[in-house]
Design a protein around this ligand. Structure first.
Ligand code: FUL
Length: 471
């Protein structure tokens, strides 16, 4: 077992993956001709003349995104319909042929500038599947077109934090078949934007496997390399525009991607953390009939705490209307969500607690987990178990406990429990498997003077980088 553990803890995030994980929560913005046709997938035959978001204000998007606590925005620069939100030199199927700003608009530039102004990062979604481009299905000719567009986006708009390659394709068995030269795409991204993560059909960030906002109960970042097989990701992706698709939960057989049992016979392992992508409303694009179906604050909090607090990142979509603005209902919900997150995690009750723990390895004292810096607690004992106690002089009411591993030392914890001191005895109030970058547990207003974290099983020894207890 220890031999396997030693092998597993060698797998750690690249710098770009660590930065992305630390962003935690960022936005998707789906916007194209579909916004004007009330569809989810365009067929590529739409006339650019329908595209005219007369009140477009990317600053309104960026400001609401930032206020919600999100750290970046990924824009659908080109969705499956092939319409480009920037004046690409390689096609006329773009804003340049639309009435928007008399064909002089560039929405990618507007969005990138708005992100910069709001102090958030900017990323791009460029759909490999293109229903407008006649070269699609012609092998290298289409790859050349795709790479040319990718190059425009990666060189003309400043720093890009994310490149999102969708696996969706609705061509069906008798449709066009394009064999994408993925490695060529990746090399272009690496050479032009080495800090960008390549998401989904790419080596850096893993699709969680559904669009409903579900996170696995045990989310692992060290997984078999075959998990990043683009053909398989594409096969599991959307094959038609049926909106029921996004309700599908993670398939049962996929629940465990990275326990020791799964990894023991794998030759090749990679750091490949999960991203949960979902929309604030039923559709990815704006549909006027969904203006009153914006998810409740409770639902969004639940998605947030299970994803960001479940060792995944959260990519939340907000679709602008045909006027080019976030609808007031979506904007109001984003404001509420941001206020809720700020309020909930403002005051760490651990600041006034006495901390003790199983004997620490030199330089890795338990006090290291009071600050969210790189320092971490590490027990001297390498068997994989450890106990951390928190004591208060006066009774506290705790709503949440937050625990973070130092993922630069890989993901190690396999099993843990939390106890509270109630009626002069320890009572177990929560348990879990993985912790990873961040675990948030709801404690439902427990009243106590002491809490205890028991790490029951871990690869070598657990590393605890930060802990928080919140009222
Ligand atoms: C899917 C696409 O087909 C949807 O339209 C949307 O862009 C979603 C994020 O990915 O695969």
């Amino acid at each position: 077992m220890k031999e396997l553990d030693r092998r597993l803890i060698q797998i750690v995030p690249a710098a770009r993956q660590l930065s992305l994980q630390q962003m935690e929560f960022y936005a998707f913005v789906h916007f194209t001709v579909n916004t004007f046709t009330n569809r989810e997938w365009g067929d590529g035959k739409e006339s650019p003349s329908i595209f005219n978001p007369i009140h477009l204000d990317a600053n309104q998007w960026a400001k609401n995104i930032r206020d919600a606590g999100m750290k970046g925005m990924i824009l659908t620069c080109k969705h499956h319909d092939g319409f480009c939100l920037w004046p690409s030199k390689y096609t006329w199927h773009s804003v340049a042929s639309s009435p928007y700003k008399d064909g002089h608009g560039d929405i990618v530039a507007e969005a990138a500038a708005a992100c910069k102004k709001a102090g958030i990062k900017f990323g791009i979604y460029l759909s490999p599947w293109d229903r407008n481009q006649p070269l699609y299905g012609q092998g290298k000719k289409y790859d050349d077109y795709f790479v040319a567009q990718l190059t425009e986006l990666l060189t003309g708009y400043g720093d890009i934090f994310a490149v999102w390659f969708d696996g969706a394709c609705g061509e069906g068995p008798n449709g066009k078949k394009q064999y994408y030269d993925w490695n060529r795409y990746y090399e272009v991204v690496r050479s032009l934007q080495p800090g960008a993560c390549i998401h989904i059909c790419g080596p850096d960030i893993r699709w969680c496997g559904n669009e409903a906002g579900d996170t696995r109960a045990s989310e692992w970042s060290v997984v078999p390399r075959r998990t990043a097989d683009t053909e398989k990701i594409a096969a599991a992706s959307q094959q038609n525009d049926d909106s029921n698709f996004r309700q599908r939960i993670i398939r049962a057989q996929d629940q465990d991607l990275g326990s020791r049992k799964i990894l023991q016979d794998e030759q090749e392992l990679i750091w490949y953390p999960a991203e949960v992508d979902t929309s604030i409303r039923p559709g990815w694009f704006w549909h006027p009939q969904e203006d009153h179906q914006v998810h409740s604050l409770e639902k969004l909090i639940d998605i947030y705490e299970k994803s960001v607090g479940g060792n995944a990142t959260l990519l939340l979509n907000i679709p602008p209307t045909s006027e080019g603005l976030f609808h007031e209902n979506d904007a109001a919900r984003l404001q509420e969500l941001g206020a809720y997150i700020r309020r909930s995690y403002r005051e760490n009750l651990l600041d006034c607690a006495r901390l003790s723990a199983s004997p620490a390895a030199p330089g890795h004292d338990i006090s290291s987990c009071r600050q969210p810096d790189a320092a971490y607690y590490l027990p001297a004992d390498e068997t994989g178990s450890a106990t951390i106690e928190m004591h208060w002089e006066k009774e506290i009411t705790a709503e949440r406990i937050l625990i973070q591993e130092q993922i630069l030392c890989s993901q190690r914890v396999e099993s843990f429990a939390v106890d509270a001191w109630i009626n002069h005895a320890w009572q177990q109030i929560a348990e879990g498997t993985t912790i990873g970058y961040k675990k948030i547990l709801r404690l439902h207003g427990i009243q106590t003077t002491a809490l205890r974290l028991r790490i029951l099983d871990s690869r070598i020894a657990p590393t605890i980088q930060f802990m928080g207890v919140y009222a």
